[in-house]
Design a protein around this ligand. Structure first.
Ligand SMILES: *[C@@H]1O[C@H](CO)[C@@H](O)[C@H](O)[C@H]1NC(C)=O
Ligand SMILES: *[C@@H]1O[C@H](CO)[C@@H](O)[C@H](O)[C@H]1NC(C)=O
Ligand SMILES: *[C@@H]1O[C@H](CO)[C@@H](O)[C@H](O)[C@H]1NC(C)=O
Ligand SMILES: *[C@@H]1O[C@H](CO)[C@@H](O)[C@H](O)[C@H]1NC(C)=O
Length: 167
């Protein structure tokens, strides 16, 4: 299921951009969402979602991996999970589990539903992602976009787009 064939000895992961958008500000709104470079080796991603509707209503989360080849094209994964069901049994979706485990220890959402407070990812270090995406699950070189869409019924509540590159 995963791409294991591309073993690149010295590949390097970098975040290049991030874009978080709230569409239903009555429910939740991004307070911040940014990448920061402290020095050459320490860069991180932080984001915080202010939750106004408590508990946060259950949602579906759609994860799409995009790769740039003449514009971004969907690449390998387009997975939708029910958030609360996924959190109850993460192994139900190995792809989403891999992504989830890539930030959860730097976040306050290591628990199951309900969510009764603001949610954040604080200082997710690029080195941690570098290890995951070049050693644990080696990605081929290229520019990628990790897109997350949260929706309820048909309406999109929010999205986060994380652009990165493996070189
Ligand atoms: C961020 O993404 C949203 C939704 O796709 C888009 O409307 C907006 O223009 C983007 N913002 C920037 C700065 O690219
Ligand atoms: C980069 O910044 C971090 C955090 O302030 C620090 O621990 C580390 O030593 C710095 N690295 C270099 C190469 O300056
Ligand atoms: C992902 O899959 C869903 C369901 O098949 C589809 O509606 C959606 O358009 C796909 N997203 C992308 C970006 O291709
Ligand atoms: C969540 O926290 C528990 C208890 O601190 C820990 O045992 C578990 O490994 C954590 N899960 C993840 C995915 O980080």
């Amino acid at each position: 299921m995963f791409i294991k064939a591309f073993l690149l000895a010295d590949s390097r992961f970098e975040f290049t951009n991030i874009n978080c958008t709230s569409y239903e500000k009555r429910i939740a709104e991004f307070e911040y969402c940014y990448l920061k470079s402290i020095n050459r080796s320490y860069k991180y991603l932080s984001g915080k979602l202010k939750v106004y509707e408590i508990p946060l209503p259950n949602m579906k989360v759609n994860f799409v991996l995009w790769k740039r080849l003449n514009g971004y094209k969907p690449f390998l994964y387009n997975v939708t999970v029910d958030l609360c069901k996924f959190l109850a049994t993460p192994k139900s979706s190995p792809v989403v589990k891999f992504v989830y485990e890539s930030y959860v220890t730097f976040s306050n959402f290591n628990h199951s539903c309900p969510f009764n407070n603001d949610l954040y990812v604080e200082k997710l270090p690029v080195d941690f992602m570098n290890h995951r995406l070049t050693k644990i699950l080696p990605f081929p070189e290229g520019d990628y976009l990790f897109e997350f869409l949260w929706f309820r019924s048909r309406s999109v509540i929010g999205s986060a787009k994380i652009y990165c590159t493996v070189s």
